[in-house]
Ligand binder design. Sequence first.
Ligand code: AMP
Length: 280
Amino acid sequence: MQFFKSRQAVHDFVQSHKKKDKTVGFVPTMGALHEGHIQLIKKSKLQNHITVVSIFVNPTQFNNQADYHKYPNHIKNDTEKLEQVGCDVLFHPDVEEMYPVPDHRKFDFGELEQMMEGAYRPGHFNGVAQIVSKLIEAVPAQKAYFGQKDFQQLAIVRKLVGDYNYPVEIIGCPTVRESDGLAMSSRNERLTSAQRQNAPVIYQSLLQAKKMYPEKNINEIKKYVVENINKIPEFNVEYFEIVDHYTLRPIHSPQSDKYVTACIAVYVQDVRLIDNINFF
Ligand code: AMP
């Protein structure tokens, strides 16, 4: 596996392979790699000659500094996992490389960023857009792979790429779960064993919500999910929304003809977990 820390070096590497008619897939991550990341990498390997993974914990997307500083760093372990899965290139820049000067760009995603993660994590998607734009300029791959686990982020990235005409195809990949249903996340390792044992309640509640839809009304479904999770000690639902899959507008009454997705954020003490489920 090739290892780059500089934007210019990874850019030159990718361009030289594209000139030789090789296709390049790109998987941006913040590291602490788990099976969810690995599935994205495997998909890229199936669809491209060369797969580039980036590991960069982006400070500008954290609205909570404590969350940033507690973000796990397992670069040695991650490198081994990347070697094992057959990743071709690891791009692992430091903060000065990605932000040699402060990035003052302001992005506007309209209503896509006005609810859920956008509302509860002010500035988060602006930071995501700053880093994703820099990363896809540094790694000019033909395809980039993102997980549906971060459902609203996927919508924002698609909009960013459309608005700025970036010549990259965004490939959305299904959420990978632990055997008990908990969505894999680098933050799961911060849960205590009791919290971890209870954490499948999040996906179980989403599955139950899906069963209740469209017969039960939206408020009834919301009440069920919030109460079912909040009754667990240390679990607090931040939001639970049922939204149009494409516009992300909240649905107020069941519409069987619509593509609908339910999204949730839960604080388990100070660990914030998100998940979502399609109702189709
Ligand atoms: P992160 O390292 O958390 O920024 O995630 C990097 C990429 O992996 C993002 O596109 C995420 O949506 C994706 N991802 C994270 N967790 C999962 C998962 N459990 N299943 C599928 N994709 C995931």
